[in-house]
Design a protein around this ligand. Structure first.
Ligand code: ZN
Length: 401
């Protein structure tokens, strides 16, 4: 996370633990002499800076960054919809089985596919959540299924390192961001970084400890295919994450695992992330592929999308050098909206525009969009709706934002 103090920006993820503690101690000291203002930069594109402060925990002799006032609920909502200090965001991810520990700056989740039902499974969400998909329908993802948690965990990781936000000219460095996020995730009580392999890195790093393999996928150029000799197996070509024309490796999964994966094959989006979760039967064994997820995403930015039209809109915004974000797991709470817009564009002079990509004709869907439109306008945001038919190139309202 990034903090601002006396107009200097501090990127905490770039500081070592030691440097961070030192900085926190300095701030804590300074605050004793004069009122020191520290702000969270999660929402900088909207020019909103939620106040924070350094807290000293005498029991553990540690400094942590806390919300300025825990009593003022309103303050929290100033945080971006994917900032771990946003209380609604925290609740949402908890509901999908992901806990966030503020003190450790650590997410934790249980992805075990073995049904031994230990305590952490029962305490985290067993309800299901409606995840909207590009078909316009809600997809029911029972949250006690590890495959769904894997999917949500990955979205949470992308949001933690702000992959869903695009600044013109900024570096994407997807591999680095996912790697960094994995330093802040515990899966089955182990640090994810120690069990993660990202396609495009040295293959010799794949050892018995590796349980999550992340690679880039292109169903158009590198489609998964059944193994020629063993028809019960599927082969998944994984491209390097930061060099998506380079085939890094092929992973073999059983067809049964493949068929029950989350693949979003009904979407006309060919590119995205492959996630393969592996587990060993007993300690010391080589882990076997247990779950597979395909997260449709834009190739240039790595930002997940939910339909082919969204992909076109996103590519257009990038081409037009717009700053925008594509909310992944949460509504855009800091804008005080209870509906999740497809995209938020940050235009000139702090202008904020909401973009909805409307690709469906059903009445219920239309009604929902109309109520969304009213709400956005009431709040003073510009609202742009794209039916997927008009040319984006000729759309001045959008291009002049
Ligand atoms: Zn924040």
């Amino acid at each position: 996370m990034k903090l601002k103090c006396k107009d200097v920006i501090y990127d905490l993820s770039k500081l070592t633990e030691e440097a961070r503690t030192k900085q926190f101690a300095i701030w804590h000291q300074m605050n004793k002499k004069e009122k020191l203002e520290i702000f969270c930069c999660c929402n900088e594109m909207a020019n909103i800076y939620p106040p924070m402060h350094v807290r000293y925990l005498s029991q553990t002799d540690k400094y942590i960054i806390a919300n300025h006032s825990l009593k003022q609920e309103d303050d929290r909502e100033l945080h971006d919809s994917s900032c771990p200090y946003n209380i609604t965001y925290r609740k949402t991810i908890k509901n999908i089985g992901i806990n966030y520990d503020e003190e450790k700056d650590m997410f934790s989740v249980n992805l075990s596919t073995q049904r031994d039902r230990d305590t952490s499974i029962s305490e985290s969400g067993t309800t299901s959540s409606g995840y909207r998909t590009g078909s316009g329908a809600k997809r029911n993802l029972p949250l006690n299924e590890p495959v769904n948690r894997l999917y949500y965990l990955f979205l949470t990781m992308l949001e933690y390192r702000r992959v869903e936000v695009y600044h013109p000219g900024g570096s994407r460095n997807l591999k680095g961001r996912i790697w960094n996020a994995a330093e802040h995730v515990q899966v089955n009580r182990k640090l994810l970084k120690d069990m993660l392999y990202i396609a495009g890195t040295d293959e010799r790093k794949i050892n018995k400890k590796i349980q999550l393999v992340v690679g880039w996928g292109n169903k158009g150029t590198h489609e998964p295919y059944p193994d020629k000799e063993r028809s019960h197996l599927m082969r998944i070509p994984l491209l390097a994450l930061d060099k998506t024309d380079h085939l890094s490796l092929e992973v073999t999964v059983s067809k049964a695992v493949y068929d029950k994966g989350i693949l979003f094959d009904h979407l006309d989006v060919e590119t995205g992330y492959w996630l393969i979760w592996k587990e060993a039967k007993s300690p010391g064994d080589w882990p076997k592929e247990k779950e597979i997820v395909f997260v449709p995403a834009d190739e240039k930015t790595g930002i997940p999308v939910e339909s082919g039209l969204e992909l076109k809109m996103l590519a257009h915004l990038v081409q037009k050098q717009k700053s925008f974000k594509k909310p992944l797991t949460q509504n855009v709470i800091e804008l005080d909206l209870d509906l999740r817009p497809d995209m938020v564009v940050y235009g000139e002079n702090d202008k904020i525009a909401i973009i909805e990509v409307a690709g469906f004709e059903e009445d219920a869907y239309r009604e929902k969009l109309e109520s969304k439109r009213k709400k956005y306008l009431e709040k003073g945001y510009q609202y742009l709706q794209w039916e997927g038919k008009e040319s984006l190139e000729d759309w001045n309202e959008l291009n002049n934002l």
